[in-house]
Design a protein around this ligand. Structure first.
Ligand SMILES: Cc1ncc(COP(=O)(O)O)c(C=O)c1O
Length: 419
């Protein structure tokens, strides 16, 4: 018997409103969105009532390998025959194996790993390590960036999400993304050499899929080196093949001191995240091995599933496929810009990390709505709602990519007729 669809959609909505989130249920009702995910397979999700969408949201990259990738599902089932989460205090065979594997695909000397459950937790760990290692308080991040909703991650993100929770931890400063002069001022600022770390998403998704200017990350690296600050790169969305290389930051030829990976590492099947850091920072955790622990972080069954995710990522042809499909989108976007110059101002893309910058702040929400009618699940960038984020699964086939482009064409026409 199926575990999906026990009750009709309306009953699910009412139960959700009563016991999970009245606010979300109200928001979706008011927007006229009654979609409740039921079946899911590959690039598709189905509503409980059976209508089908191509998932171009993918929870920000969780479903890079599609929904319920059969290999990852099989790996988890195998793991469940013998493993459980393990013990986070003890030496662990599977945490060690996954850490070794992550080290082998990370740039520079990023050979050490702290595991977590969520992306925010992994960001918090990175910031703790930066402060612990340098003994400095300052953390600089991008205005309008997003690193999650936990403690330090929240303080590094946009005030929109943190304002009700003041006072925030001190020491956080924000600069415009891509502005090296402002960054230099901030790094030097305050009482001298106070900056522990600079943290950026490789491509800030919530800020609107902003592509960094030429030379930006080289500049960040140099500034950090000059001032003894650490460079933290949040690869939660851009990592694991999304940009056409293993890490988005690889495409800029720069190695950070700390790299954070989350979402896609789970294969969408078992939550697991990792904060990967340079050998030279290890002195801090060597002296304080129990100062940071996470009961479920790096659960052994999750490690086993993540190893399968990395096997797929490293298979011959995987990244080539991402780059080929990226070309299909790039050509398609050119046509869309020609066909819809009034609403589509700019397309932003690095591999399959993609965004459509449109004429005004209403366009993103309207595109999301139009997507439900036209067969695409896509969301807008919450810190620039004129941008629709387009994140298809990396395993999407060319014919499906063309279908997405056709839908986007129809959605942009819907927008024009609304304008
Ligand atoms: C760039 C980035 N960093 C961190 C996070 C936080 O991840 P999580 O929701 O797993 O805590 C997200 C989540 O969307 C993200 O997009």
């Amino acid at each position: 018997m199926s575990v999906i669809g026990r009750d009709p959609r309306e009953t699910v909505f009412e139960r959700f409103a009563r016991h999970v989130s009245s606010g979300k249920a109200k928001f979706f009702r008011q927007a006229g969105i009654d979609f409740v995910i039921g079946r899911r397979e590959g690039v598709y999700v189905w509503d409980l009532e059976g209508s089908r969408l191509i998932n171009c949201h993918c929870n920000g990259g969780v479903f890079n390998l599609g929904h319920r990738n059969p290999r990852v599902v099989a790996a988890l089932k195998r793991a469940l025959e013998e493993l459980d989460i393990g013990n986070h205090h003890l030496v662990s065979e599977h945490r060690a194996l996954l850490a070794e594997r992550l080290a082998s695909i990370c740039p520079g000397d990023l050979n050490r790993v702290v595991f977590g459950v969520g992306g925010g937790e992994a960001v918090d760990t990175a910031i703790k390590l930066a402060r612990g290692f340098t003994g400095r308080p300052g953390i600089i991040s991008a205005a309008g960036g997003y690193h999650g909703h936990t403690g330090f991650a929240l303080a590094a993100g946009d005030a929109k999400y943190s304002a009700p929770f003041v006072p925030l931890p001190p020491g956080f400063t924000q600069v415009p993304f891509g502005d090296l002069e402002a960054l230099e001022e901030a790094v030097k600022g305050g009482a001298g050499e106070e900056t522990a770390a600079v943290i950026f998403e490789t491509i800030p998704a919530t800020l609107g899929m902003v592509i960094p200017p030429e030379g930006f990350f080289q500049g960040v690296r140099e500034l950090c080196d000059r001032h003894g600050a650490l460079m933290i790169i949040d690869e939660v969305q851009t990592g694991l093949g999304r940009c056409g290389a293993v890490w988005g930051i690889d495409t800029y030829g720069v190695a950070p001191d700390i790299l954070i990976t989350a979402k896609g590492l789970s294969g969408g099947i078992y939550p697991i995240t990792a904060t990967v850091y340079s050998d030279r920072l290890d002195a801090f955790f060597e002296e304080n091995p129990f100062i940071h622990v996470s009961t479920f972080g790096g659960a052994e069954v999750g490690c086993y599933a993540a190893l399968e995710v990395l096997d797929i990522l490293e298979e011959e042809g995987f990244l080539e496929h991402v780059r080929e499909i990226a070309d299909v989108f790039s050509n398609g976007f050119r046509e869309l810009r020609d066909r819809h110059p009034r609403v589509l101002l700019e397309t932003r893309q690095r591999g399959l990390m993609m965004g459509l910058k449109m004429a005004n702040d209403l366009c993103g929400p309207l595109m999301t709505l139009a997507g439900f009618r036209r067969g695409i699940l896509t969301i807008y960038a919450n810190n620039d709602t004129s941008v629709s984020q387009i994140l298809p699964p990396l395993i999407i086939e060319e014919a499906q990519a063309r279908q997405v482009l056709e839908s986007l064409d129809a959605m942009l026409s819907d927008l024009e007729s609304n304008a």
